[in-house]
Design a protein around this ligand. Structure first.
Ligand code: ADP
Ligand code: MG
Length: 458
C-alpha cells in the first residue's frame, strides 16, 4: 500500500496531510494506520524520525471524527515522556486536525495551566500529557479518565529510561479496559514487553527494521584523536570540533552537537559562542522556558548549533538538520543510532561526524558491532593526517573478539601507552598501541589513570 488515500483515513485528514506536503505514508504509518482504524491495539516498533506521530494522530483524528467531547472527560489520551515531545505531538495534531473541529489540551510541567484547565473543564477530544503531570491533575480531581476511548503511549523506551513505567501502569488502570491502545517504542526492552503483554490486547505488531532507519542517506565518519597531552585534551578537542565544523563549510547549515554530560554540553556551547559560532545548549537542567526558546530558535533557523545531551534530544523532531556532530562517542551504542537519526530525515541527505579519543574506542567498537558497519575513519582537520595508528579493522576485530573483562582491562591501559601525537603522525604504527608497557606500569600510575577514566565515563 503506497498511498495515504488507500489507508481509509477521513478525507479531511487526507487534505491536511497533502497540505503538509506528505506524498506517501512511511512504513510505520502504512503498517499502523489500517489496524488502528479497524479499532485494534497497535504495537509499533520503530526508531525516531520514522513518522510515528502521524502513525497514531491520523487514525485518532479519523476515529474521533464522530462524537463530541464531554466536560472533564477527554476522549483520547496521548502520553509522551518529556514536555518537548508532548508539545511536538500537540503541534502535529494542530497540523493534521486543521480541517476538523476537534479540540485538544496540553498538560505539561513548567507552563501556566489556567488555560489548559479551562479547556479540560469544557471538554477536549484529545489530551496530550506527560505522565506525572497527568496524574497530578487527576489526583486533584480535575479530570476523569473513564471516557478515554483511545490511549497512546509514545516513546515508551524513553518512559522506561525516565522511570515512568509505574505511572504508565497506573494510568492504564485508570482508563476503561475497553479502550483502544496504540503503543510505540524504538526498542522492546523486557520491561516494555511486560507492559504490552499486560495492557494491550492481541495487538497488531508493526516492526520497522533498523537498517531502514539508520538511513543510507546519512554519511558517517569518525576522527580518531589523541591529545598531545592528557591535560590538553579538552581544549584540543574543542579546537578539533571547530575545525571539523569549518571543514564542512556552507554545507553545514545547522547541526546538533552531542556531548555525553550536561556539564560538557554547557562548556562546548560556551566555547563555540566565544569563538563566534551561533550556539546554545539544551539539557535537562535548564528551565523549561529556556529549553523551549532554544528549541524554537533552532527550528526557525535563528540558531545554527544546538549542543545537546541524549536525554534532551531523544525523539525531538528538528526538521532538516544538515549535520550531527558527536563530540563524545556515546557510551550506549543505541544512542548513536538515535543521535545520527537527527539528520538525514525523511529522505534528505545528512552527515554524522564523530570525535573519538582513545578512552572511547571501546564504545566505538560497540557501535560498529551494533550497526554492523565500520564507520569510515577521517583525517583530522587539525593535522591533515589520520591521528591514530590503529587500523580500523584491527580496532574492531580485536575488541569485538575479546571477552568483556579482557576488554575492560585493555581500555584502562590504552591512554597510558599512547605515544605523543607528533611521533604518531610521523611514523604511524600498524599494531594496536596497547602492547608497550603492559604489566610494567607502576601501581601509582594505574591508580591515577583509573580515576581519569572513571571521570570520563559519564
Ligand atoms: P518519530 O516520532 O518516529 O520520531 P515524527 O513523527 O516526529 O517521527 O516524524 C519525523 C518527521 O517526518 C517530521 O518532520 C514529520 O513531519 C515528517 N513526516 C512524517 N510522516 C511523513 C510522511 N509520510 N512524508 C513526509 N514526511 C513525513
Ligand atoms: Mg516521536
Amino acid at each position: 500500500m503506497s498511498s495515504f488515500a488507500d489507508l481509509g483515513l477521513d478525507p479531511k485528514v487526507l487534505s491536511a496531510i497533502a497540505a503538509a506536503g506528505y506524498e506517501k505514508p512511511t512504513p510505520i504509518q502504512a503498517g499502523a494506520i489500517p489496524p488502528a482504524l479497524a479499532g485494534r491495539d497497535v504495537l509499533g516498533i520503530a526508531q525516531t524520525g520514522t513518522g510515528k506521530t502521524a502513525g497514531f494522530v491520523l487514525p485518532m483524528i479519523t476515529l474521533l471524527g464522530r462524537g463530541r467531547a464531554r466536560a472533564r472527560m477527554p476522549r483520547s489520551l496521548v502520553l509522551a515522556p518529556t514536555r518537548e515531545l508532548a508539545a511536538q505531538v500537540a503541534e502535529n495534531f494542530d497540523i493534521y486536525a486543521r480541517n476538523t473541529r476537534l479540540t485538544k489540551a496540553l498538560l505539561i510541567g513548567g507552563v501556566s495551566f489556567k488555560e489548559q484547565d479551562a479547556l479540560i473543564d469544557k471538554g477536549v477530544d484529545v489530551l496530550i500529557a506527560t505522565p506525572g503531570r497527568l496524574l497530578d491533575h487527576f489526583e486533584r480531581g480535575k479530570l476523569l479518565l473513564t471516557g478515554v476511548q483511545i490511549m497512546v503511549v509514545d516513546e515508551a523506551d524513553r518512559m522506561l529510561d525516565m522511570g515512568f513505567i509505574p505511572d504508565i501502569e497506573r494510568i492504564f488502570q485508570l482508563t476503561p479496559f475497553t479502550r483502544q491502545t496504540l503503543f510505540f517504542s524504538a526498542t522492546m526492552a523486557p520491561e516494555i514487553e511486560r507492559i504490552t503483554n499486560t495492557f494491550l490486547s492481541a495487538p497488531e505488531k508493526i516492526e520497522v527494521a533498523r537498517a531502514a532507519t539508520t538511513g543510507e542517506n546519512i554519511t558517517q565518519g569518525v576522527v580518531l584523536y589523541t591529545a598531545s597531552r592528557k591535560d590538553r585534551q579538552a581544549k584540543e578537542k574543542r579546537a578539533l570540533l571547530r575545525s571539523l565544523i569549518d571543514r564542512e563549510g556552507a554545507s553545514c547549515t545547522n547541526a546538533i552537537i552531542f556531548c555525553n554530560r550536561k556539564t560538557e554540553v554547557d562548556i562546548v556551547a560556551k566555547s563555540l559562542c566565544k569563538h563566534g559560532y551561533n550556539a546554545a545548549p539544551i539539557h535537562g537542567d535548564l528551565d523549561q522556558s529556556q529549553r523551549m526558546r532554544t528549541l524554537d530558535s533552532f527550528r526557525e533557523g535563528k540558531l545554527q548549533f544546538l549542543c545537546a545531551s541524549d536525554v534532551a534530544a531523544r525523539g525531538l523532531d528538528v526538521p532538516s538538520v544538515s549535520h550531527v556532530f558527536n563530540y563524545d562517542v556515546p557510551s550506549h551504542a543505541e544512542d548513536y543510532v538515535h543521535r545520527i537519526g537527527r539528520t538525514g530525515r525523511a529522505g534528505r541527505k545528512g552527515k554524522a561526524l564523530m570525535i573519538c579519543v582513545p578512552h572511547d574506542q571501546k564504545w566505538l567498537a560497540d557501535i560498529e558491532k551494533l550497526i554492523g558497519n565500520e564507520i569510515p575513519r577521517l583525517e583530522s582537520p587539525l593535522t591533515g593526517a589520520p591521528q591514530s595508528e590503529k587500523g580500523p579493522k584491527s580496532v574492531r576485530t580485536d575488541e569485538a573478539r575479546m571477552p568483556p573483562r579482557k576488554r575492560e582491562e585493555k581500555r584502562d591501559s590504552a591512554p597510558r601507552t599512547d605515544p605523543p601525537q607528533e611521533k604518531r603522525s610521523r611514523a604511524p604504527r600498524r599494531e594496536a598501541p596497547v602492547v608497550g608497557m603492559g604489566d610494567h606500569v607502576p601501581a601509582f600510575l594505574l591508580r591515577s589513570f583509573r580515576t581519569a577514566a572513571g571521570e570520563t565515563a559519564e
